[in-house]
Design a protein around this ligand. Sequence first.
Ligand code: PLP
Length: 353
Amino acid sequence: MDIKFVEREVLKEKPKSNFGFGKYYTDYMFMLDYTEGKGFHDGRIVPFGDITINPSMMVLHYAQETFEGLKAYRTKDNEILLFRPEMNAKRMMKSNKRMCMPQIPVEDFVQAVNDLVNIERDWVPSEEDTSLYIRPFMYADEFGVGVRPSKTYKFMIILSPVGNYYPEGVNPVKIYVEDEYVRATEGGTGFAKCGGNYAGSLAAQVKAEKLGYTQVLWLDGTHRKYIEEVGTMNVMFLIDNEIYTAPIDGTVLPGVTRDSIIHILKDWGYKVNEVHLDINELMKAAKEGRLQEGFGTGTAAVISPIGELNYKGEIITLNDFKTGELTQKLYDTLTGIQWGKIEDKYNWTHVVK
Ligand SMILES: *Cc1c(COP(=O)(O)O)cnc(C)c1O
């Protein structure tokens, strides 16, 4: 893919610390157009800035939009690493297929991410636990309010230096088990990383926050009892020394972090049960002292230990509200590979050049 570079005259001042999450954006962004009959065209890296939007642009009305999220990490030798970027590329193809959107080839996706990050490598922060968050997204930009797939799209990538997702660091969070709202149902868009899924999830998030909880635990849309995900993360539980997590069969987002953690756990000899776990079974295991640890997995927060669960007013505490031993070891191992601190025997890292 040919990528044109449009240089900006004045570079921004880079923040030194307190990055937050999505507060700052870099000097450049990537753009690629798609036109039916012509395919993808006009790949370019241009100064980061506003885009003009016609009020009838389809994405604004019917939410034909998908996105991805990954990070670039700086090693102590000042190499810049990506973590399994082809997994994000493949997932975006699947999301786009579901949303009747064109599928950007895996190698073009990875090239676009690599080339933009390479130009912006000075923006990858070096402090402990910081990284450059990469947000690729695609949206329907045809004009018109008729309901049908758009004939034109834009694929873009923006970059933001970030600190820890939770300012307080890796600490257990309180989770509210949502039994009124649902995130996904069979045949729906649960497996696709699309903006619409998030719009629909906000009401539950707001409700949980009002009650003093950080995130919600989603139950399945049909029976309202099988555990699916936690907020924007996949979720795993350690019960009787075995791991339980929801299978990837349509309603759960296939997380790159989830997949990586499962690889590591199996390598360590853990039995990983990818099954529909009934919330009542989980509550029972907790009461019988068999529920040892629980944690969410996702690119943004990496691993987020669960300290408390509230299901229909019944509250259980996990591991005395402390980060579990296995949870911590997984966090250290995965972030160790991502920041190039420990050997990457899985060949997951991609050196940006
Ligand atoms: C992105 C996302 C995840 C985590 O996926 P990663 O690839 O591990 O970042 C989990 N659940 C939902 C709903 C998501 O959107």
